[in-house]
Design a protein around this ligand. Structure first.
Ligand code: PLP
Length: 832
């Protein structure tokens, strides 16, 4: 190996003295032309926006990488404490315009592309979404790492580089059809492969014990089938601050000797098949939101992420400190995004004890000082449990370690509550039953020093309900961190006209201190300002109409109320309640009850998990109702219902500037936080919502008079579960009777008899956990108040301004500051 030719130590000025990667228009144009012509081999005859996008992205990527290296060196020099955000999902969306904005070159690039005769918008739209997540949880991870970089915090995101991200949704004959999302099809200019940091991950095999030279019992995990984890790094720029952090995503790759073994045995086909099994681990994102699914491949993915990331951090630690772990806990913190990566608790124990020779006691003291767990759901069906036999077979050493963690934990519970057998059974990490199960949430709680929910109500319900026993044992571990969204992507980048109006009015400080939006409040009384605000919103609505026109042939009226519900399709989110209201409006039109009518366009979008039968039925219902209403000449432009196909980050960026009304209508106590509600509020939409998740805090911030509240409270929902009687409610409400009657008589499925029977059965069931019928009347009444408010345009605009002005709390800069002050305790590192 000619390794002597690679100079590794001592800075080499001949290498580092590069051209300055200038930020002026002429530099960008020169680099753009260079990439377009030489790297991509294009010329003036090429008119695909894709190559122009790539050339621009490469030029911008170069500028990110310069800052990335400086950030890396600043962290190295200060030897600072670091945090790692472990998440199975990072729903990043597109990178180009966000990178332009954060680097502060958005206007320069606009001018450069204009001078080159290119349509920047078209380039931006030709980037595929990095859809490596399902919904809120994955998008939160993406917003978090943006805020960490903006706040100068040394935080690395660790995730999986799925070959196929969230499926694309087609609507065919009103039904969802999934199409695989091969997002890497044209390559990915933003990532850099780092094969030198490859890690080896073990699966299968068995455990062997022996006595070492010091007389200690040691375990080795042997005869395993190993898979390599190869990291791909994406730069994450902070806003106007020189910091560029890292998102490190692991790709599974077969080991060479694994191939060879099989190849020597003479079976080439077997060898290739084995390679596929290994590489399948990061092939596809599981498309389930708030839904456990218990597949072996999913457990493989989880362990693969946890093990690769921990080994990576330990390797870097050892590179600097040798095998001295005395300061490790003071310098490192792992935030677990839900239970998905919670096997990290056991894996860190394995690495410290088996590989690095620490005692159990030493290793546990470290583990419970570095792990922190975020819970994202109260829905019992989403709580992960793995069958012990599956666990044992796939990860035998990890299973032993979990049993040992549990034994120590059970001893602690016994000491705290002597003789309380029931409590032991309730709290055990191992659930007994005809098949034992590992309760991943309990493993996460036992192994962490911090457990947080994602909105005030959610955190309170965790302490009082799901995790009550644990709260009684360790109240100090529990805390709340209300979610947020990054105002760079979700206001500045997606709604530049509104951002400009805001900056013109109060300056640009809001981009890094969103509480400054409060300064807009007095302008709500300024008629001139309201006029400008209204015009910006109307032009955003027009843009959304144009965007929709390309996809479907429905005429939307820019003067109608744009009523938006976009989020995953799930029974608890109650898209059904929304549809019942639409049917009620339709019924009113048909019976001539149209005095003082407020025109309304109801826009609903979202994906259903492919195996979620009811969610798919709901999509079909929305599309069928839409067809009947939109085609009915009696209805005209009084009412439209549109299903927006393939909801994703880049779609939300186009939708949220044009929304008037934000539908946040989940059954109280079921939505942990919601973040779609925050994006819409920030862009001036007014919320109609229940007292659930972060809606409660939104209403607190904006005031009851600027929020349309309806529905049962969480306590009322709980109380009602045992005597819920939807049929009686229907019989006592004439409007509701008529709506149910239209559904039952097949008005929306004339040629598809019976297809909505299951929906009707579920909402009429006294066991319906989502209590759609219970909230119908209150929802309709709130919608009537919406109509009245929208009629008074000045009043509505005032409310819109006040919603934006009071959305400051919902910046992830605030959320991350709280994570850092109360959990991570990192010192910001400025990069020059
Ligand atoms: C913000 C966002 C979500 C989360 O929406 P909720 O209304 O909080 O469920 C889901 N998907 C995408 C693409 C998003 O941008």
């Amino acid at each position: 190996m000619p390794q002597k030719h690679f100079k590794t130590s001592n800075p080499n000025p001949a290498i580092t003295a590069l051209p300055d990667l200038g930020m002026e228009e002429k530099h960008l144009i020169a680099d753009f032309k260079h990439y377009y012509s030489h790297r991509l081999g294009r010329d003036e005859h090429c008119n695909s926006p894709h190559y122009a996008y790539e050339a621009l992205a490469l030029a911008i990527s170069d500028r990110l990488i310069e800052r990335w290296k400086k950030t890396f060196n600043a962290y190295k020099q200060t030897d600072c404490k670091k945090a790692y955000y472990l998440s199975m999902e990072f729903l990043m969306g597109r990178a180009l315009s966000n990178a332009m904005l954060n680097l502060g070159i958005d206007t320069i690039v606009e001018r450069a592309m204009y001078d080159l005769g290119l349509d920047l918008e078209e380039l931006i739209d030709s980037e595929p979404d990095a859809g490596l997540g399902n919904g809120g949880l994955g998008r939160l991870a993406a917003c978090f790492i943006d805020s960490c970089a903006t706040l100068h915090l040394p935080v690395t995101g660790y995730g999986l580089r799925y070959e196929y991200g969230m499926f694309s949704q087609l609507i065919i004959n009103g039904e969802q059809v999934e199409k695989a999302d091969h997002w890497l099809h044209n390559g990915n200019v933003w990532e850099i492969e780092r094969p030198e940091y490859t890690q080896r991950i073990q699966f299968g095999g068995y455990c062997d014990s022996h006595i070492d030279e010091n007389g200690n019992k040691r375990i080795s995990w042997v005869n395993t089938h190993d898979v390599l984890a190869v990291p791909f790094d994406t730069p994450i720029p902070g806003y106007h601050n020189g910091t560029v952090n890292t998102l490190r995503l692991w790709k599974a790759s077969a080991t060479e000797e694994f191939d060879l073994e099989e190849f020597n045995a003479g079976d080439y086909a077997e060898a290739v098949a084995a390679k596929n099994i290994a590489e399948n681990i990061t092939m596809v994102l599981y498309p389930n939101d708030a839904n456990e699914n218990g597949k072996e491949l999913r457990l493989r993915q989880q362990y693969f992420l946890a093990s690769a990331s921990l080994q990576d951090v330990l390797a870097s630690w050892i590179g600097r400190h040798g095998r001295n772990f005395s300061e490790f806990a003071a310098k490192n913190c792992f935030q677990l995004n839900d239970t998905h990566p919670s096997i990290a608790v056991a894996e860190l124990m394995r690495l410290l004890v088996d590989i690095h020779g620490l005692s159990w006691h030493q290793a546990w003291a470290i583990t419970i000082r570095v792990m922190a767990y975020t819970n994202h759901t109260l829905l019992p069906e989403a709580l992960e449990r793995w069958p012990v036999p599956l666990f044992k077979q796939l990860l035998p050493r990890l299973m032993e370690i979990i049993f040992e963690i549990n034994a120590h934990f059970m001893a602690e519970v016994s000491a705290h509550w002597p003789g309380d057998k029931e409590r032991l059974t309730r709290m055990s990490i191992i659930e007994e039953g005809h098949e034992q199960q590992v309760r991943m949430a309990y493993l996460a709680i036992v192994g962490s020093f911090s457990v947080n929910g994602v909105a005030a109500l959610h955190s309170k319900l965790l302490q009082q309900g799901l995790f009550r026993d644990f709260y009684e044992l360790w109240p100090h571990k529990f805390n709340n961190k209300t979610n947020g969204v990054t105002p760079r992507r979700w206001l500045a980048d997606c709604n530049p006209e509104l951002a400009e109006l805001i900056t013109d009015t109060i300056g640009d400080g809001w981009l890094t201190d969103l509480s400054l939006l409060k300064k807009l409040e007095p302008y709500a009384e300024d008629r001139q300002f309201r006029k400008r605000w209204y015009e910006v919103q109307q032009s955003a609505k027009q843009r959304m109409i144009d965007f929709k026109k390309m996809e479907m042939d429905v005429e939307l009226d820019v003067d109608a109320l744009f009523d938006v519900q976009v989020k995953r399709i799930h029974e608890y989110k109650r898209q059904l309640l929304n549809v019942l209201h639409v049917i009620h409006l339709y019924d009113r039109i048909k019976r001539g009850d149209i005095d003082n009518w407020t025109k309304r366009c109801v826009l609903i979008g979202g994906k259903a998990a492919p195996g979620y039968y009811m969610a798919k039925k709901i999509i079909k219902l929305i599309n069928n109702v839409s067809q009947v209403i939109n085609d009915d000449p009696d209805v005209g432009n009084k009412l439209k219902l549109v299903f927006l196909p393939n909801y994703r980050v880049s779609a939300m960026e186009k939708i949220c500037p044009g929304a008037d009304l934000s539908e946040q209508i989940s059954t109280a106590g079921k939505e942990a936080s919601g973040t779609g509600n925050m994006k819409l509020m920030m862009n001036g939409a007014i919320t109609i919502g229940t007292l659930d998740g972060a809606n409660i805090e939104i209403r607190e911030e904006v005031g009851d008079e600027n929020f349309f509240l309806f529905g049962l409270t969480e306590e009322q929902v709980e109380k009602m579960t045992h005597h819920y009687d939807p049929v009686t409610i229907i019989n006592q409400d004439e409007d509701l009777q008529r709506v149910i009657g239209l559904l039952e008589c097949g008005h929306f499925n004339q040629f598809e008899p019976g297809i909505f029977d299951d929906i009707l059965v579920s909402i009429k069931s006294p066991h319906d956990p989502w209590m759609t019928i219970a909230d119908f009347r209150s929802y309709i009444d709130a919608q009537t108040r919406v109509e009245a408010a929208y009629k008074d345009q000045e009043h509505w605009t005032r409310m819109s301004i006040l919603n934006c002005a009071n959305s400051g709390k919902f910046s992830t800069d605030r959320t991350i500051t709280e994570y850092n002050n109360e959990i991570w305790k990192l010192t910001p590192v400025k990069v020059d």
